[in-house]
Design a protein around this ligand. Structure first.
Ligand SMILES: Cc1cc2nc3c(=O)[nH]c(=O)nc-3n(C[C@H](O)[C@H](O)[C@H](O)COP(=O)(O)O)c2cc1C
Length: 482
């Protein structure tokens, strides 16, 4: 047990939490839950883990290579936040991780859906296959894409015992049952046929692909930091588990599909609740952003370490601005959530930048952007001409779309301000959910109050070990031997 763990566990239990179990022989003997037994044994075996605990991807390298390595070295799994990183940065991080986890410890990469630019997804899959990345956390998929299928089915073989060898594993992060259902099925035949016709899969890979689910592991994301459908774990988990039962009954899969829980987990109590709900593994995010290893600025971590559970708010998601998708962000001390929501409201109300009333135009340009719309548009044109010319051409034809691209700039800008620790604090965009507020309360008055003492793997261990204690204690209480 780490030092941090001792501090945190004893602090929480002494301060009116669940009573500890020490010194009660009966409980020690009969009810001590081992943190290494929480979740699915098959999950731990598959990924070679000590604990069924993952640190989810956090974009732009907030989920850093150091974070991934720290988790892997302690028998857990971290995912590199590849979203928004350049391919060369991802390649460099892969080299670093592979060198540091050369003994085969677990790690993974984020594979983000990009339906507007499928070639980006394809490029990521090319890289992952070339680099033999064996685990991806697939997120933001609303439907199955060819690149996802290519990743999963590439390299499928049948061994001498007649079993299918599956080199590539997908952990599908979903928040809706209809999307989960797609991942629990084998890859769609239509997509597979096209990939075979294009020479991107072999007929044998296609045939074997019919016998396995697209993803063996589904991570059910309830309300979380970052992009969120604001789901409620108590409702989502039982529904997803019932769905798994129905789909498993339709297929003769060799291994059961596993279901993990993400969203809102920042304390041992929350982790214990997730395991009681039937989680085969748990995934955290917000709490990891406020650690030494996280790839964001000290200024952001200083803000995050002080928050409570009510200090987050919802804002439009910059990357899906026009669709009205939402992210959960830090609210305390910041103007970003209010400003971002105002931009969405303005976007809905007006047909073009020119139509916006004078007072609002001045407010946005002077207070929010600190630049004119024309200056922002010039930056936007430069960027899109290089990265996404089709979107630029569409915006040049449609004044409303032009307004969307100008407003989207603010979301990129506000993320950059936060990551760089710029003095313009009020405009920081920091994805975060209430799990961190709960964590902060749990460690109040302990060594972990200061983020400079928070190490991602210590925290993970503390939560798993604390969850085991919580479960032991609750069960003793329920059985009237407490
Ligand atoms: C700062 C931040 C950035 C995130 N970026 C991504 C991302 O790029 N891809 C992804 O799949 N999930 C992303 N997430 C979600 C996390 O991987 C994780 O699923 C989620 O944070 C769990 O919920 P919690 O925040 O309540 O712990 C992000 C979360 C945070 C806090």
């Amino acid at each position: 047990m780490s030092i941090a763990n001792q501090e945190v566990s004893s602090a929480s239990f002494e301060r009116g939490g669940a009573p500890g179990l020490a010194g009660t022989g009966l409980r020690d003997a009969a009810l001590r839950v081992d943190p290494g037994s929480l979740g699915s044994a098959a999950f731990r075996r598959e990924y070679g883990l000590r604990y069924a605990y993952c640190a989810g991807s956090m974009y732009k390298g907030v989920g850093s290579k150091e974070l991934v390595v720290a988790m892997g070295r302690r028998g857990m799994m971290g995912f590199l936040g590849t979203g928004g990183l350049r391919p060369a940065q991802v390649e460099e991080a892969i080299r670093y991780i592979k060198a540091a986890l050369a003994d085969g410890q677990a790690y993974g990469m984020n594979l983000l859906a990009d339906p507007m630019r499928p070639e980006q997804e394809d490029r990521a899959v090319d890289l992952y296959l070339r680099e033999q990345i064996r685990t991806v956390e697939a997120s933001a998929f609303m439907q199955v894409s060819p690149s996802l299928v290519r990743y999963r089915l590439s390299g499928l073989t049948r061994n001498s015992a007649g079993e299918i060898e599956i080199p590539n594993r997908i952990i599908a992060k979903v928040s809706r049952p209809e999307v989960a259902a797609v991942f629990m099925q084998p890859a769609p035949a239509q997509i597979v046929e096209k990939l075979v016709a294009a020479g991107r899969l072999t007929p044998q890979e296609a045939m074997l692909g019919r016998e396995i689910p697209l993803a063996q592991d589904i991570c059910v994301e309830a309300d979380s930091g970052g992009h969120t459908d604001q789901g409620v774990a108590y409702a989502l988990m039982p529904a997803m588990i019932a769905l798994r039962k129905r789909i498993m009954a339709e297929h003769a899969y060799r291994e059961p599909i596993r279901i993990g829980a993400a969203g809102g987990i920042g304390t041992p109590d929350a982790a214990a609740a997730a395991f009681i709900l039937g989680a085969d593994f748990i995934v955290t995010g917000s709490i990891n952003q406020c650690t030494v290893e996280a790839g964001t600025s000290d200024a952001v971590k200083d803000l995050l370490q002080q928050i409570n559970v009510q200090d987050t708010a919802y804002a439009p998601a910059g990357d899906m601005f026009e669709m009205g998708a939402r992210v959960q962000v830090l609210k305390k001390g910041l103007l970003f959530p209010v400003r971002a929501n105002k931009l969405y409201e303005v976007y809905q109300r007006f047909g073009s930048l020119e139509e916006i009333d004078e007072k609002t135009r001045v407010q946005i340009q002077e207070k929010y952007f600190k630049r004119t719309f024309d200056e922002v548009w010039r930056e936007v044109t430069e960027h899109y001409a290089a990265t996404h010319p089709a979107a630029l051409a569409a915006a040049e034809r449609s004044p409303k779309q032009k307004m969307a691209l100008v407003f989207r700039w603010y979301f990129v800008h506000s993320t950059r301000l936060a990551l760089n620790g710029s003095p313009q604090v009020s405009d920081y965009q920091v994805h975060c959910g209430p799990a961190l507020g709960a964590f902060n309360q749990w460690v109040l008055g302990t060594g972990l109050e200061d983020w400079r003492q928070r190490r991602v793997a210590d925290i993970a261990e503390s939560i798993m070990e604390g969850a085991a204690e919580v479960l032991s204690s609750r069960m003793a209480g329920f059985m009237n031997i407490g």
